[in-house]
Design a protein around this ligand. Structure first.
Ligand SMILES: Cc1ncc(COP(=O)(O)O)c(C=O)c1O
Length: 411
């Protein structure tokens, strides 16, 4: 099966990503660490460059031409995000630094004002540290309890146990849409339905899902959805928290400062309307403009074809890598996307990563910020291959070849 047999023209796509055309240690770069961060198409790089070269100014303040242009570009990006995830209105789109800040915002604002002693927050056993630690901090502060929905050996949430965890003290559910360490796609719609039947709001950690799936927040009916621009072909330092208006309205501010106020006296401050109430201080304006360009790029792609192509890369990775002696796949869920994690018997993933690096191959070797999950599978770390639509079947095969080199060196 060759890439040319798919409807997706990967050669043309690769031309859009200047970073891919380089050698590393004298070998053509094979970039398969997309779950950590994706590469940027030229249009995103140019949008940021254009912003600084022509429009740079602070937003929402100046009456001058540059400030108006910068404000327009920033707010246009908000509308693009709104349409991209099908939010009901752009006031529900809060710009953040990334997924981590989005989750901290919800824990720090909604959580601090709604969670009390003895209350329970439900997460799952496959969460990223970003979706564990903010809730632990909140639980410690409030005397609340963190409950963890277990997973089976394939890396799927055990439905019955999840449902049983939703009890009279449950006040919030926060789960990952697509796991960065396993590739599991959680049955989030059903999980949300079950929580809503008990009036429990749900946050989805969409850090990984946004690059691979078409997310419709109204269709999912999630209450919050957090994601990062840099994992969906946009720049670092920018992200989005979607929240339903009703909830955002009743939440206190997360940070105080410029832009989030309506008026300030030493006696009392009134807050700005949504979404500005949650955007204190000068934001990463160029980053948001870059995110807008990334959305334009994704919208111009044939996304179903891109998703089908990515699926074929994942299937090829599963088949090719699992045929290497000693490979144990970690994460074999039936619903799975774009992440292939594995352990290689008797060889530490760091050694795997270093040898592959010498071959010009970039993969992730580590705990992927999911230490409790690694413990669940009895491994200190895994090696993770995370393809994007700009990767090729040949690149996946290069990883398998690299693994044979690793085995030769370390066994
Ligand atoms: C599932 C998941 N959640 C949260 C995060 C945190 O994202 P960021 O570091 O962009 O805030 C990541 C990043 O790896 C992730 O994969």
């Amino acid at each position: 099966m060759g890439a040319e047999h798919t409807a997706f023209d990967v050669r043309a796509i690769r031309e859009d990503f200047p970073i891919l055309a380089q050698t590393v240690h004298g070998k053509p770069l094979v970039y398969l660490d997309n779950a950590a961060t994706t590469q940027k198409p030229r249009s995103v790089i140019e949008a940021i460059d254009h912003f600084y070269a022509h429009d740079n100014s602070n937003i929402h303040r100046g009456l001058h031409a540059l400030s108006e242009r910068a404000t327009r570009s920033y707010e246009d990006a908000r509308s693009k995000v709104q349409r991209f995830i099908n939010a009901a209105e752009s006031a529900e789109i809060v710009f953040t630094r990334g997924t981590t800040e989005g989750i901290n915002l919800v824990a720090g604002s909604y959580g601090r004002s709604h969670i009390g002693p003895g209350d329970e927050i439900v997460i799952s056993a496959m969460e990223h540290h970003s979706n564990i630690v903010p809730w632990q901090i909140l639980c410690e502060e409030k005397g609340a309890r963190l409950r963890v929905a277990p997973i089976n050996d394939a890396g799927e949430i055990v439905w019955k146990e999840y449902e049983e965890l939703l009890g009279p003290r449950t006040r919030f559910v926060s789960v990952v849409h697509l796991s960065n360490a396993l590739g599991t796609v959680n049955p989030v719609r059903r999980m949300i339905e079950a929580a809503h039947a008990r009036n429990i709001p749900v946050l989805l950690d969409g850090a990984q899902a946004m690059a691979h799936m078409q997310v419709d927040v109204q269709d999912l009916d999630c209450d919050f959805y957090a994601f990062s621009s840099h994992k969906m072909y946009g720049p670092t330092g920018t992200g989005v928290l979607y929240g339903k208006r009703r909830l955002l309205e009743e939440m206190p501010p997360y940070q105080g400062g410029g832009d989030m106020i309506s008026s300030v006296t030493f006696e009392k401050t009134t807050y700005n309307r949504l979404p500005y109430k949650f955007e204190a201080g000068t934001p990463h304006i160029a980053g948001v403009v870059g995110l807008g360009a990334a959305i334009d790029y994704l919208n111009a792609l044939d996304r179903p074809a891109a998703a089908a192509y990515e699926h074929s890369l994942m299937v090829h990775a599963i088949e090719t890598l699992s045929s290497v002696p000693g490979v144990r796949l970690i994460g074999t869920a039936r619903e799975k996307s774009s992440v292939v994690s594995f352990a290689l018997e008797g060889i530490h993933p760091h050694n795997v990563g270093s040898v592959l690096d010498q071959e010009g191959i970039a993969v992730r070797a580590g705990h992927h910020c999911t230490q409790p999950l690694m413990r669940r599978f009895g491994v200190p770390a895994t090696t993770r291959v995370s393809p994007s639509f700009y990767n090729t079947l040949e690149e996946i095969e290069a990883v398998a070849k690299g693994l044979y080199k690793v085995i030769e060196m370390f066994r």
